[in-house]
Design a protein around this ligand. Structure first.
Ligand code: FAD
Length: 485
C-alpha cells in the first residue's frame, strides 16, 4: 500500500472553531481535530498484490461508481486494479467523526425510491436510520430579511404548488425519467435557467422564497447558471410527487455509514486497491491501456474505467484526446459548488427547519439530531458574492439570521470546491450542458469506459446515480474485453 503524507486531502477540511455566538456567549477556541478525519480515512480498506501479472481493468477513482464497477468486474473473475488519488476511499461520500458523532461529510441520504443504492443495501444487509429534521415540527422562512414562522405543513404545501407551477407544461417532459434518452424532445428547453423560469411564473412572495430555497439547496449553486431541466428531471424521478422527492433527498441514511457500503463493494471485488495514487496520464492503443500516476508508476490493462468527477477529467493527460464534449464540460464544470455545514447549538431545538431564498448564502437549516443538552443542524447553501464559507464570522452571521436564538457551540464544513479531486459538490447541469455535451460525456472511448454520478441517466448527482453508472460500466467493460480479446 502506498501512502502519501503530502496528500492535499488532509489539508483542506474547513473547520470553523468553537467561538462566541452572535448572541454574545464567549467560548474557548477549540476545534474539531482534523485527526478524527484522518482516523476515519485510515480505517478504510486498502488491498494490493492480490493479483499476479497484468490487469484486465484499471479503475480510476474509488467513489461509489468506481467501487461498483470493481465489484461487478471482480464478480466476473476480471483482475482489477483500483487507483484512488486520495488517501481514503469513498470520494464525495465520506464517513467521519464530527462533534464526536459518526457523520457524513458528503453524500448521505438514500432511499428505496432510488433503485440502485437500495439494491446494494439489501445485498450487504446494511440498515438505515432517519434524520429527524426531515419531518420538522416547526419552521421559519426568511422573507425580506424578516424571519417568519411558517408551519412546515404549510411550507410543504406551498413548495408542492410552486413546483407544479414551475414545471408547467413540461411536467411530463420525462416520460421515462430513468431513461431520459427515450424521448429527447425536452432538450429544446435546455436554454432556460432556473432563475429565468422563476421570473416567468407568478407566485406569492412566500411560495417564491420557499421554491428558491429548495432550488438553491438542490442545485448547490447559482440559479442563474443552473438549467431548469435538471430540476424538472429530479421531480420526474419521484413521479412528480414533492413529498416523495423530499423523502428521497433528506430522510434516510446508512446507519453504518456510506463507508460501509464502499468497503463491502471493494471487499467483494477482490481488486487491488491503491490509495494516494493520483493518475496523471492515460494512453490507449489497439493492444491496451497504459495508466501513469503522478508518482511515475505505470500500470497496464486491457481496459480502463474512469470513475472520476467530470470536473476533474481535464486534469489528466489523455492520448488520444478525449471527445470535445467531455473536454468542454469538464472545463465549464457542473453547477454544484455549494456546502453542507454542520453546526452544534446549545439545548434541545427539536426538529426545526428554516428556509431562505436567493441572495442568502445559507438557504436551508434543518435538524440533524437533537439531544437533551444540544442539537446538531445542517446548513445548506452556496457561496454568493461577498460570502466566503471559509470565514467563520461570515458563516455565523448568516446562520444567526435563520437561527436567531441559538447559541452556536461548534461548526464544521469541508471545502469540496477546493478539493482537487472533486472540484465541486454534486452534479447539476448548467444551462445548455445537457444538449451540448450530454451525449459525449457518456460515450465510451475505445477501451475507456466512463462512469460516475455526473454521467448518470437517473439520479444524476446522487449516490444512486453513481452506482447506476458503475453497474453499466461493469457490463460495458466486460463486453469490450470479450470483443477485443
Ligand atoms: C456535500 C455533499 C452532499 C451530498 N449529499 C448527497 C446525499 O445526501 N445523497 C446522495 O445520494 N448524494 C449526495 N451527494 C452526491 C454524491 O455524494 C455523489 O454524487 C456521489 O458520491 C459521486 O460518486 P462518484 O463515484 O460518481 O464520484 P466521487 O465520489 O467523486 O468519486 C470519484 C473518485 O475519483 C477520485 N479521483 C479524482 N481524480 C483522480 C485522479 N486523477 N486519479 C485517481 N483518482 C481520482 C476521487 O478522489 C474520488 O474518490 C452529496 C455530495 C456532496 C459533496
Amino acid at each position: 500500500m502506498s501512502t502519501n503524507d503530502k496528500d492535499p486531502e488532509q489539508k483542506t477540511p474547513l473547520q470553523l472553531s468553537r467561538r462566541s455566538t452572535l448572541l454574545g456567549m464567549a467560548l474557548g477556541a477549540t476545534t474539531l481535530a482534523a485527526s478524527s478525519l484522518v482516523r476515519a480515512a485510515a480505517s478504510d480498506n486498502s488491498k494490493t498484490s492480490q493479483h499476479k501479472g497484468a490487469y484486465d481493468v484499471i479503475i480510476i477513482g474509488a467513489g461509489m461508481a468506481g467501487s461498483t464497477a470493481a465489484r461487478e468486474l471482480g464478480a466476473q473473475g476480471k483482475k482489477c486494479l483500483v487507483l484512488e488519488a486520495r488517501n481514503r476511499l469513498g470520494g464525495r461520500t465520506w464517513t467521519a467523526d464530527i462533534f464526536g458523532q459518526q457523520s457524513e461529510v458528503g453524500g448521505q441520504w438514500v432511499h428505496w425510491y432510488q433503485p440502485h443504492v437500495w439494491a446494494e443495501l439489501k445485498r450487504y444487509g446494511l440498515e438505515i436510520d432517519e434524520t429527524p429534521g426531515a419531518n420538522p415540527t416547526y419552521g421559519t422562512v426568511l422573507i425580506n430579511n424578516e424571519l417568519k414562522n411558517v408551519d412546515p405543513a404549510d411550507s410543504f404545501a406551498m413548495l408542492d404548488k410552486g413546483m407544479k407551477v414551475f414545471c408547467g407544461d413540461l411536467i411530463n417532459a420525462f416520460p421515462r425519467p430513468y431513461d431520459p434518452n427515450f424521448d429527447l424532445s425536452f432538450l429544446k428547453h435546455d436554454d432556460i435557467s432556473i432563475a429565468q423560469r422563476l421570473k416567468q411564473i407568478d407566485l406569492d412572495i412566500t411560495t417564491h422564497t420557499i421554491l428558491e430555497s429548495f432550488f438553491a439547496t438542490a442545485v448547490s449553486g447559482s440559479l442563474e447558471t443552473a438549467g431548469m431541466l435538471d430540476q424538472i428531471h429530479w421531480y420526474a424521478r419521484a413521479d412528480n410527487d414533492m413529498g416523495r422527492l423530499l423523502r428521497a433527498c433528506t430522510q434516510y441514511y446508512i446507519k453504518s455509514g456510506t463507508s460501509s457500503l464502499i468497503n463491502s463493494m471493494l471487499d467483494e471485488s477482490k481488486a487491488d486497491v491503491r490509495k494516494s495514487m493520483p493518475v496523471r496520464k492515460v494512453e490507449q492503443n489497439a493492444s491496451g491501456v497504459t495508466v501513469t500516476t503522478q508518482s511515475g508508476e505505470v500500470f497496464k490493462a486491457s481496459a480502463c474505467v474512469v470513475a472520476m468527477p467530470m470536473n476533474c477529467w481535464n486534469d489528466i493527460e489523455w492520448s488520444p484526446a478525449l471527445l470535445p464534449g467531455k473536454v468542454a464540460a469538464s472545463k465549464e464544470r457542473h453547477v454544484g459548488a455549494g456546502f453542507k455545514l454542520k453546526i452544534k447549538v446549545k439545548g434541545n431545538k427539536g426538529a426545526y427547519q428554516s428556509l431562505a431564498g436567493v441572495g442568502h448564502p445559507v438557504n436551508m437549516v434543518y435538524t440533524d439530531h437533537f439531544y437533551d443538552d444540544h442539537t446538531t443542524l445542517f446548513c445548506m447553501g452556496y457561496p454568493t458574492p461577498g460570502f466566503d464559507y471559509n470565514n467563520k464570522d461570515l458563516v455565523l452571521k448568516e446562520v444567526e439570521k435563520l437561527l436567531p436564538d441559538a447559541e452556536v457551540l461548534d461548526t464544521f464544513a469541508y471545502d469540496w470546491n477546493n478539493d482537487p479531486y472533486s472540484k465541486g459538490s454534486w452534479c447539476d447541469y448548467k444551462v445548455g450542458m445537457w444538449s451540448k455535451y450530454g451525449a459525449d460525456m457518456r460515450k465510451t472511448e475505445g477501451r475507456i469506459v466512463f462512469a460516475g454520478s455526473d454521467v448518470a441517466d437517473g439520479w444524476r448527482g446522487f449516490i444512486d446515480g453513481a452506482i447506476e453508472t458503475g453497474l453499466r460500466a461493469g457490463r460495458v467493460t466486460s463486453e469490450l474485453l470479450t470483443s477485443k480479446a
